[in-house]
Ligand binder design. Structure first.
Ligand code: ADP
Length: 373
């Protein structure tokens, strides 16, 4: 990719149902004063306005792009973001913003009116895959598998995974857990199909946390979940069969179910005989938050497994910001996928990305640069 001497700002934008993601590449700031102004603003802080955050731990240098920066803010703070951009004159050098996500359609007129920036929409699924494939090819430790998931103390190990050739990589499924969930089948880099999805996604997790607990923020909810006990709200198989599930002869053996498995999420309280008892008092916000997180992750995993079987594709990438700051979800995904794969005699590879929430914005950045060639 040779884009030398172009006086352009290299940005990719993705505005989803919950979060807006911006990826900025510093390449050629030497040629473009406006781009340098943006870089200086980015580097001046790691918090912007009321919800903007620079994920500095994700910054990476790639020879073709220079250093790449990753910023996110709440989609519902778009007006504040536009005001800030205007106030700091950051829009001056940006003629075109390559963008994906529903919010970029919704706010196109506002962007164009307030900032004079032309929004060019790109195909969202294609951008996610473009971002994935580019990162896999250029960043050695981008992709990983997880081991030691049985350890309760959370001492899981991330093992980097690289793909030498296209034959090693394709075909694969992408399970993108954002506000909602989309499942894509990718046969080749430009052969992408949305095959499934579910409306029980990251938005459901956060929405229910806000309704049922005192935590209103995603990171806060997951910090709480870390110390929670999901079994205090979930009905387990052994709650139905017997205390220990031993010596039953047994229905449980017949179904191949261990007594510790969840039979029904959030159903423990229906076992209490007195309907007037204050059941909410018996469980903590941490328990609820953990059970919600596991419920969403387990349900998505089951849908992913069924799609892997249906389409005969046994490499599955889990992406999206629900997996940000969320070892409970990734552990749940790996544990359940491995157990169900073994039961079905399948060998499913389960993979994650370090920049799991920025793939669409990254893909938009790459396509924007390609269009300059
Ligand atoms: P979308 O493009 O639909 O906004 P994302 O991939 O950005 O999807 O994921 C959004 C989900 O990520 C949220 O619904 C929530 O579960 C989770 N999430 C992670 N970090 C945050 C955050 N800082 N604020 C809100 N939700 C977050």
């Amino acid at each position: 990719m040779d884009v030398k001497n172009t006086k352009r700002v290299f940005l990719g934008f993705d505005m989803g149902g919950t979060l807006a993601k911006l990826v900025y590449a510093e390449k050629d700031t030497v040629f473009c004063k406006e781009s340098l102004d943006i870089l200086n603003f980015i580097l001046s802080t790691s918090h912007y306005g009321s919800s903007g955050i620079r994920d500095s731990h994700l910054e990476v240098s790639i020879p073709e792009l220079g250093k790449v920066y990753f910023i996110r803010f709440a989609s519902n703070r778009i007006s504040g973001a536009i005001d800030l951009i205007k106030k700091k004159n950051l829009h001056i050098g940006i003629e075109i913003l390559y963008a994906v996500g529903g919010g970029t359609h919704k706010y196109k007129a506002l962007f164009e009116k307030e900032l004079g920036v032309k929004i060019v929409h790109l195909d969202e699924l294609g951008s996610i895959v473009k971002g994935m494939v580019y990162l896999l090819q250029h960043v050695e430790d981008e992709c990983y598998t997880i081991e030691n998931v049985a350890n309760e103390d959370g001492s899981t190990i991330k093992i980097n995974k690289n793909f030498g050739t296209d034959n090693d990589l394709f075909p694969f499924l992408v399970v993108n857990i954002g506000t909602g969930v989309s499942i894509l089948k990718v046969t080749k880099a430009n052969d992408i199909e949305r095959i499934s999805g579910t409306a029980l996604g990251g938005g459901t997790f956060l929405g229910l946390c806000r309704l049922l607990t005192n935590s209103k923020k995603f990171d806060e909810a997951l910090d709480l979940a870390a110390t929670g006990d999901a079994n205090s709200v979930n009905m387990l198989v052994k709650d139905i069969y017997s205390g220990e599930c031993k010596g039953l002869g047994s229905d449980i053996k017949h179904f191949n179910l261990s007594g510790d498995l969840t039979a029904s999420f959030f159903a423990k309280n229906i076992m209490i005989s007195n309907p007037n008892e204050n059941i909410r008092k018996k469980v903590s916000d941490s328990d609820i938050s953990r059970a919600l997180c596991i419920m969403i992750a387990q349900n998505v995993t089951q849908i992913a497994l069924l799609n892997a079987k249906l389409h005969n594709v046994f490499k599955v990438f889990f992406t999206g910001n629900f997996l940000r700051h969320n070892p409970i979800a990734s552990r749940t995904i790996v544990q359940n996928m491995r157990r169900w794969s073994e039961l079905g005699n399948l060998n499913i590879e389960i993979l994650f990305f370090r920049r799991e929430g920025y793939l669409g914005a990254f893909g938009a950045l790459i396509q924007g640069i390609e269009r300059l060639k």
